[in-house]
Write a protein that binds this ligand. Sequence first.
Ligand code: PA5
Length: 450
Amino acid sequence: MRNNSPKKLIEIDTVNLYRTQVGAEGIASEELATLKSELERVHQSLTVKSSGGLDAEFACLNLHDHMSASLPDMESMAEAIRRFEEVAVIGIGGSSLGAKAVHQALAAIGATTSSPALHFLENVNPYPLRKLMQRSAEKVAVICISKSGGTVETAVQYLILRNWLEQNLGKSRARRHQWLITDPERGWLREIALREKIPSLPVPPRVGGRYSVLSAVGLLPLAVAGVDIQALLAGAAADAGRCLADDPKKNPALEIAALFYLLDIKKNKRVSIMMPYADPLQLFVDWYRQLWAESLGKRMETRSGKPPAGTLPVRAMGAVDQHSQLQMYLESRLDKIFTFLAFDAWEQDLPIPLSDDDRKFFPYLEGKKMRDVIEAELQATREVVTGAGHPNMTLRLPSLTAHVLGQLIDLYQRVTVYAGLLYGINPLDQPAVERVKKLAIKLLSGGKGP
Ligand code: PA5
């Protein structure tokens, strides 16, 4: 769904991360200044490693430039998939969360097509599969997504749905209900695509799961849902365009990474709470949580050993968690950083109607809309959190569009890579995750597996 409104940028307010606002728990400008040469180094490294096309080490940061050429193919594939009524999007972690988050956000405001219905099948769970298999197989399509091409949680769901399609439609017709997104050369899914001639799209080899939402991994399911994927990429490009300088004052991604890094290593901030005051962004926080945790939760290599890196990302929801988690956030340890997300405007706001009797109890609601209430809740939390000495920042989204979500995705991918480089760790690997994947297979093989 195209949106031709002017493309405003997200407003990024970092002032409350500094000492001037939150006192000793914040970062002094001089502390940031001492990082100058480090920041120049990591910026140079990110710039070099993200240039040169899809072969670049940080190709995830240039997808907005390089995916545009594949959009027509993707749109026509999406059109074929839209003939179905139900689409199962199978994938886990990075092969699901990005598309799921963007879809949830835009579906919440009616900015996706109502048909087909997308079912993100992420976890090993028979119930949604059983429900889907109660539908007529004629009406169901499957998009199976796995970068490695053989993640077991994804494979079992695909095996079950493929078998059901084949039993109901026959092998040859069942093939026309399937699309695969995987490594261009390797893995079980790639073998199936080649052998069975099932239409497929490649995941660029250097783009890892959690950084892949702007590749076919996210773009194809979102195109099926009618999302303006060109605007998503344009939003990412717009964010990249504001992050070109090696000076944190002129590059918001570098500033956020530097401040979060300093808050961890100098102020012992070990918890990063992301708290949107906007329900449609609930799953965006899950995407951020994965990106941040899997990329940065590692051991640093230092002369004096291998201390742990990273702040634990935590999902909260304003205003709901004001009635729940906020008590602990405020009065327990000063080990937290807050990120508030809010919309500048709600296009579909609702006025609050008051009778004379209601007005006696709620005089302050006179003439107000729902957004006035959530905004007051946000301001109240922000003020109290700041007053308690917790560093916090606020991102204000000008609207809820594919363009703005593209900006947000690029911003966080960039912040994460910068932060990884500052810690001196590899933000692209996930050795602990791989260990568990291997052990699960070993256990399924009766203890004899890889
Ligand atoms: O970010 C990652 O690398 C992981 O979360 C993967 O996306 C997840 O494990 C799924 O892997 P795959 O896409 O290979 O099935």
